[in-house]
Design a binder for this molecule. Structure first.
Ligand code: GRF
Length: 238
């Protein structure tokens, strides 16, 4: 019996989070399988790497459709054809129509490179540096109509270090994203995190703890992530 959730990933670019989810789903115990990757633009380099990993891919270019609603309908048809039960947005750079969001309510998650509700939108890393925050990170949340909004599933924090550039900070956050997204998808796929009344509720069996959110990768994390140096971090944490 296959009880793994059938997950499709929507991308617009490089696809490193997509790769992390594909890698996690290759594990026997992982509660989700990646049944397809869909891109909205030929610029989505990730589509090729998904194909190379044996995942079904579809290109649904937005320029082929008269408006957002028609494009989202086409995406919806592909999701149906793939038999998707859940959708992961992974660097999908297009706002979705309310009808599409409604159809996938509670079954669609997104990753955003900041600790929401801080820094929704673009250029999160340079904005975090400009704001002078000492801790930055990433958020996985259920998708609602508002951009980078919606009930939070999980977050990972990384320190902002003296002398950081936006690129250095982005690289640190991205590593955390890869592990975070794999863990967050597992929680949702297992039903350990779900939306009720506009908020995420977590089951008692959820193994997501503060240690997961704060820097330290679990030893059995499905996606390998450079282990962060906790002693060094402690020196930067007030
Ligand atoms: C990630 O930083 C993600 O949080 C944001 O877009 C970026 C996509 O990167 N939504 P990748 O395509 O997954 O490498």
């Amino acid at each position: 019996m296959n009880s793994r959730k059938r997950v499709a990933i929507l991308i617009s670019g490089r696809g490193s989070n997509m790769e992390a989810l594909i890698a996690a789903a290759a594990g026997d115990d992982y509660p989700a399988e990646i049944v397809g990757v869909i891109a909205n633009t030929p610029k989505a380099r990730g589509l090729e790497s998904a194909r190379m990993r044996g995942i079904p891919t579809r290109m649904v270019p937005q320029r082929d459709y008269p408006d957002r609603a028609a494009h989202d309908e086409a995406i919806g048809a592909v999701l149906e054809e793939l038999g998707a039960e859940m959708v992961c947005l992974a660097g999908y750079m297009r706002l979705l129509t309310p009808a599409f969001v409604e159809r996938w309510a509670g079954r669609m998650i997104n990753i955003h490179p900041s600790l929401l509700p801080a820094f929704p939108g673009l250029d999160t890393h340079s904005r975090a540096l400009a704001a002078g925050v000492r801790v930055h990170g990433a958020t996985v949340h259920f998708v609602t109509e508002a951009m980078d909004d919606g009930p939070i599933v999980a977050q990972a924090a990384v320190p902002v270090l003296a002398g950081d550039t936006a690129d250095a900070l982005a690289a640190r956050v991205l590593k955390a994203e890869h592990r975070l997204y794999a863990q967050a998808l597992a929680m949702v796929a297992r039903g350990e995190a779900r939306v009720e009344g506009g908020r995420t509720v977590f089951s008692a069996t959820s193994d997501w703890g503060a240690e997961d959110a704060l820097y330290s990768p679990a030893p059995d994390a499905p996606v390998s992530l450079e282990t962060l140096d906790l002693e060094r971090l402690a020196r930067f944490t007030p």
